[in-house]
Structure formats: C-alpha cells, structure tokens
Design a binder for this molecule. Structure first.
Ligand SMILES: Cc1cc2nc3c(=O)[nH]c(=O)nc-3n(C[C@H](O)[C@H](O)[C@H](O)COP(=O)(O)OP(=O)(O)OC[C@H]3O[C@@H](n4cnc5c(N)ncnc54)[C@H](O)[C@@H]3O)c2cc1C
Length: 343
C-alpha cells in the first residue's frame, strides 16, 4: 500500500483537470483496504475510489480527503461447463484486458467466449463497470455480470453480492445512488460468458460495418476487432486527447413525450431513447469550442479538453452546450461523468 500526498487530480483523471488530493493511496491487495479506510477514519477525512479516472472530473478546489487508486490485479477462471464459463477479474484490471482474455480463450471447440466482446476498448477498470453499468454497441455489463465482491466500509467487512442485488440500469446501480455512494469498494467482478456466439443482427453501426465488408462469420474476436476499428475512427484515445468520453447522458422519454418528439422530427430509439449526440449535433455544435472545451467533430457527445485551464472553464462550456440544446429542442442535458473535489 503506497501513500502519496498532495497529488493533482488532473494527473489521475482523463479530463486532466482539478486541484490536489490531500492523500492518494494505491490499493494493491484486498488486505490494504481495511488499513486504508482506517487511515482515513483516523484523520477524519472523506474517501473516494478511482480506477483509471476516465469517468471522473476533478474540481478546482481539490479534494481534502483520501483517494484510493485501484491497483488490484488478476483474472481467473472460476468454473465452466460445456456451454458457459465464469471469469473473475480483480477490479483494477482494465476492462479491455478482460475482454481480450475472454475472446482468446479456447472453449473446447474454437477460440472465444461471448458476452463482453462489444465492450472492447472502453477505457477504465473492470471495477468501475458495474458502477454505471458500462455499455456500448448493444452490450452492457448487466447482461453478463454474475456477482461482485466488495469491501463495505460501513460494516468494515468483505461481502459477496449477486448481480440482481445491484439495481443495474442505464448508467445506474446501487454504487452510484443513495447511501451506496462511496460505501462499497468493488474488489472483484465475476462475469458469466457463453460458448455460443452472438448472431446478427448486431447493433446498427456494427451491423453496417459488417454489411459493408461482407463479413459473415461472427466470432467474438471478429466483433472485438470491428468495435475497436469503429471506436478508433470516432472516439478520442485518452492517451492523445483529454476527455471523459460521453459527456452527457442520453435522454429517455415516456410514451406521450415520444409521440411529441417524433412529431418534431427528433429521433427516438427503442425504449424512448433520444441520442443526446444527435441533439448536440443538430443544434450545430459539432466541432465548436467554448472556454477551451471542444465538442468533438466526430462524436458530438464528447467534450474534449483542448486548452481549458480549470474546472470553472469546463463548467462554463457545459452550461453553454446545455443552454443551446435547450433553446433549440427543449431538453435539458445531464452530465454523465462524476465529479471529485470542491469547486
Ligand atoms: C474516450 C472514452 C470513451 C468512453 N466510452 C465509453 C463507452 O463506450 N461506454 C461507457 O459506458 N463508458 C465509456 N466511457 C466512460 C468510462 O470509460 C467508463 O465509465 C469506465 O467504466 C470508467 O472506468 P474507470 O476505471 O476509469 O473509473 P473511474 O472514472 O475511475 O470511476 C468511475 C466511477 O466509478 C467509481 N469506482 C471506480 N472503481 C470503483 C471500484 N472498484 N469500486 C467502487 N466504485 C468504483 C468511482 O468512484 C467513480 O464514481 C468512456 C470514457 C472515455 C474517456
């Protein structure tokens, strides 16, 4: 367990903003957790859990508390039968490494188990996956999550929780709502994957990719490679561009609102989903820059930090986008990434 002091949150998060965290503790083994929480309790300081910081934005005032950075590693086969396998990953593994592991695993007849291949190249750790029920290209964590192990810092003990106890929904779980926020450190995640592979039709843009290339065999590796190529063409790599991925959540409408939106020519997908990226693009904001934050010209849902000096700049840019979209369509966009620290 390593303890560092006065570490800029900008160095721990992909948006690269934010003041200093008073303490940062790297959690390298499960047994570090009790000690780390004890350290914070003794100093009467709040705690915050970080994986790769790809969905957290640091605020200018920094964090007068203890940030736990997740460095728990390991991927294991728990059990399998002729049709399925359970893989357990320690929560500090990268989600993309777990996907790669699963698509390269020999299943007795060929290579690859199916269930998480469309989550390829999503930045971040396995442990953050259930927090906001990470999803992309037609798959979400909820579909294959079996269970998680957590350290409950209220009861000071480890617990095992089944997926159906986690209230997983769109960008939602017990970990990011109510008194579950900050209570559980997810230490490992078990997924249940299948030997039978995905069959077409795939998620619209993925299917279009396959149709254009005449692809007819859909192994998990083929789906992974396709998703990786599509993502590389439009999503900013955190190594090269500072962002938190999708900056705004999609909007969900009830039946009456859906009818009204469709009448105005606004696209509403299955389940009443209005893609916020469409709203931003059709408000004419693609490629526009506000206070050093640029609306990506490839994926309008993404705000890239080109030269913002502070969280305050980001907050002004966010408000500008929200106001313009509201003015044009009457919907209020809501931010997706979490925030850490004081404004
Ligand atoms: C370029 C880009 C593209 C992206 N594309 C997608 C996408 O397609 N789909 C998608 O869903 N997301 C996407 N994201 C968002 C992000 O990748 C996910 O939210 C990811 O799960 C965050 O992982 P992380 O380890 O960086 O978590 P962090 O950002 O460090 O943390 C996120 C939240 O989870 C909590 N948390 C983290 N680890 C734990 C743990 N072990 N126990 C309890 N709580 C924890 C944190 O406290 C925080 O509230 C994208 C981000 C970027 C930058």
């Amino acid at each position: 367990m390593k303890i560092r002091e006065n570490v800029p949150i900008s160095k721990l998060t992909t948006m690269r903003l934010g003041g200093k965290a008073r303490y940062v503790i790297e959690i390298e083994e499960d047994k570090d957790l009790a000690e780390a929480y004890h350290f914070a309790a003794e100093k009467k300081l709040p705690t915050y859990i970080l994986g790769s910081g790809s969905n957290v934005i640091g605020r200018d005032g920094g964090f007068k508390g203890v940030v736990f950075v997740n460095k728990l590693h390991g991927i294991y086969v728990i059990d399998s039968d002729p049709d399925r396998i359970r893989l357990c990953a320690k929560s500090g593994e990268l989600l993309d490494d777990l996907v790669e592991y699963s698509v390269k695993l020999w299943n007795g007849e060929s290579y690859g188990y199916s269930g998480i291949e469309a989550l390829s190249k999503i930045p971040g750790t396995v442990g953050a996956g259930p927090v906001q029920n990470v999803g992309a290209y037609g798959q979400e964590v909820k579909q294959t999550l079996h269970s998680v192990c957590v350290y409950d810092c209220r009861d000071n003990c480890f617990k095992h929780m089944m997926a159906d106890e986690l209230d997983l929904g769109y960008r939602h779980s017990i970990f990011n709502t109510g008194d579950g926020v900050g209570r559980y450190f997810i230490t490992s995640v078990t997924v249940e994957l299948h030997k039978h592979w995905l069959k077409p039709p795939f998620y619209t843009s993925l299917q279009a990719y396959f149709d254009e290339r005449g692809v007819k065999e859909f192994t998990p590796q083929v789906v992974r490679d396709a998703v990786a190529e599509i993502r590389a063409g439009k999503l900013p790599d955190p190594k090269d561009f500072a962002s938190s991925g999708s900056f705004f959540k999609n909007i969900y409408l009830n039946k009456k609102q859906t009818k009204e939106a469709k009448a105005k020519g606004i696209p509403v997908w299955d389940g009443g989903k209005v893609p916020s990226g469409w709203l931003i693009e059709n408000a004419g904001l693609k490629g526009k820059e506000f206070y050093g934050m640029r609306v990506s010209d490839k994926a309008a849902l993404i705000l890239i930090n080109e030269s913002a000096k502070s969280y305050a700049d980001l907050a002004k840019a966010r408000q500008a986008v929200i106001d313009i979209v509201y003015e044009k369509f009457g919907y209020t966009l809501e931010q997706e990434p979490m925030e850490l620290g004081d404004e």
